[in-house]
Design a protein around this ligand. Structure first.
Ligand code: FE2
Ligand code: FE2
Length: 186
């Protein structure tokens, strides 16, 4: 499906804030893909569509996952919001015809994952550093993304894990696997 058509669908599906975030992530994905020599079209598509399932209510997320044979682990049952990544990947495959590589990137954009490919890395980072994001380290993280992508991912993973600890929330196993893999393959 054409990018403009997906844009229209998202504009009618998502809140104004989430749609703006999606555009910002798409633009950052484009910049990083150009910088690292990754397929720019694929990067723009995954950036634009990554949060398509984000605003489904929790019970609908669980229902969608069950009806579409998407595996749900115990952490995802306790925090159904995490499921928007896997559900988004399923929607992108079935409705937009995304390739497996593109679906994998969408699927891993919230938690990260072990041994991510370049497209997955670019989407994971872009989600955290789009120009809509404004937190104390956002400028530092944005610069790091263009100088050392893996270090940038580690920085974001550490932030996610520290946040889970501070809020006493469970940590998704894919986040731990992503961090361990990067640390052990430096
Ligand atoms: Fe997301
Ligand atoms: Fe996002």
């Amino acid at each position: 499906m054409e990018l403009e058509r997906i844009k229209d669908i998202l504009q009618n599906t998502l809140s104004e804030k989430r749609f703006y975030h999606s555009i910002c992530v798409m633009e950052m994905c484009e910049k990083l893909a150009l910088h690292y020599g990754v397929n720019v079209d694929e990067a723009k598509y995954v950036g634009l569509a990554h949060d398509i399932a984000k605003e489904l209510p929790s019970d609908e997320k669980i229902k969608y996952a069950k009806e579409n044979n998407i595996s749900i682990n115990t952490v995802e049952i306790s925090m159904p919001s995490l499921l928007h990544a896997k559900i988004g990947a399923d929607i992108c495959k079935k409705q937009f015809g995304f390739t497996d590589t593109m679906c994998k990137a969408v699927s891993l954009h919230t938690t990260g994952g072990e041994n991510m490919d370049m497209l997955s890395k670019i989407l994971f980072v872009s989600d955290a550093i789009g120009i809509d994001r404004n937190y104390p380290d956002s400028e530092y993280t944005r610069n790091l993304a263009f100088t050392n992508l893996d270090e940038c991912i580690l920085f974001i993973l550490n932030f996610i894990i520290k946040d889970c600890i501070e809020k006493n929330k469970p940590i998704h196993t894919d986040t731990i696997l992503a961090r361990n893999y990067l640390l052990m393959n430096k």
